[in-house]
Ligand binder design. Structure first.
Ligand code: PBG
Length: 329
């Protein structure tokens, strides 16, 4: 008799498929990245990220109310800093009344229950587009950690629930944790970009913030001396374990799709929640292929989000959060 066990019985119709489905996407899975700019009534589309915008603070307030109403309860803020305020020390990054600090307050005023995470890195503030202080053709590690700690402190003073260091300096989680604790912010959390690769998928994000590393003599032309080599796997575990040791509450693998093996391995290795970042280039690829009519936008979007969760991500930072939630509700 030909097979006793027939797996197709469990795929026969939508009802049985729903019943045995192992992974589902809900609004609770998402962290929504938001780009903020100075001005009023500004909603400017990012050229390489169709249907994604930089928002001025008045529209940010509107946006977070809309997200909350959809069940999206966490945002990750990025500030686009005017060139005139950039330097090599991150001076603007620690200004109490800087754009990021005002953005944090804006979200908390508009929607007090919204969980606010803030990006902590120097690149949007750097004349060189680097995540740290540049000196003699290198990125200074420990001096940068001090800036990141001060920056984190100013974000939590403004009301951020979690700071999200995305810079990949050594020891920054510990510097930040100590600075927060020493100033009475024991309950403020840290989501570490712990395994962040030197990826070519960040291009559209650097357009959004105008933060690409500049081409200049004696300035590193890429971020390979601090972000990880895409060829490495064991190193991701070492980075993540160290960040947990130093006090990270949440850890992250970034980018997403090309690194789902790392997501699974980190998930099996650490006992803190794990985020994955589906980055700007991943968003752009789907948008571009769909625009050409070559891929089914919604189907590909959902397939990739499901894959990230199936790989082991507890949290997905994604520019598709709103569209995905609209689709599933
Ligand atoms: C900056 C930062 C980057 C991203 C998040 N934080 C870019 C970079 O490291 O150059 C990328 C996010 C994306 O591409 O969506 N520290």
């Amino acid at each position: 008799m030909y097979p006793l066990r027939r797996n197709r019985r469990l795929r026969k119709n939508d009802a049985i498929r729903s019943l045995v489905r192992e992974t589902t996407i809900t609004p609770n899975d998402f962290l929504v990245p938001l780009f903020v700019v100075e001005g009023k009534g500004v909603k400017s589309e990012i050229a390489s990220m169709p249907n994604y915008h930089r928002l001025s603070l008045d529209l940010l307030a509107h946006e977070v109310k809309e997200l909350w109403a959809m069940g999206l309860k966490s945002v990750l803020l990025f500030a686009k800093v005017p060139d005139s305020l950039k330097d090599n020390k991150g001076k603007e990054a620690v200004t109490p009344n800087g754009l990021m600090q005002r953005a944090i307050k804006t979200v908390k005023e508009a929607c007090p229950e919204m969980l606010v995470m803030s990006d902590v890195a120097m690149d949007p503030y750097s004349i060189y587009g680097h995540d740290g202080i540049v000196a003699n053709g290198t990125i200074l590690n420990d001096e940068t950690c001090s800036v990141l700690a001060a920056m984190s402190l100013s974000h939590v003073q403004a009301g951020a629930d979690f700071v999200a260091p995305s810079d990949m300096m050594d020891g920054r989680i510990r510097s930040i944790r100590e600075a927060l604790d020493a100033n009475g912010f024991k309950d403020a959390g840290i989501m570490s970009y712990s395994a962040k690769y030197a990826s070519a998928f960040y291009g559209p994000f650097r357009d959004a913030l105008d933060s690409a590393p500049v081409a200049m003599e004696n300035i590193p032309k890429d971020k390979k001396t601090y972000q990880m080599d895409p060829a490495n796997r064991i190193e991701a575990l070492r980075e993540t374990l160290m960040d947990v040791d130093e006090g990270a509450d949440l850890v992250m693998v970034k980018p997403g799709l090309c690194y789902l093996d790392i997501v699974r391995e980190v998930r099996n290795t650490v006992d803190v929640p794990l985020a994955v970042y589906q980055v700007s280039g991943e968003y752009a690829m789907i948008k571009a292929a769909a625009e050409k009519g070559w891929l089914d936008h919604d189907a590909v979007m959902m397939e990739q989000l499901i894959a990230m969760k199936r790989a082991g991500a507890d949290i997905i930072a994604s520019y598709f959060a709103k569209e995905a939630v609209q689709l599933i509700s």
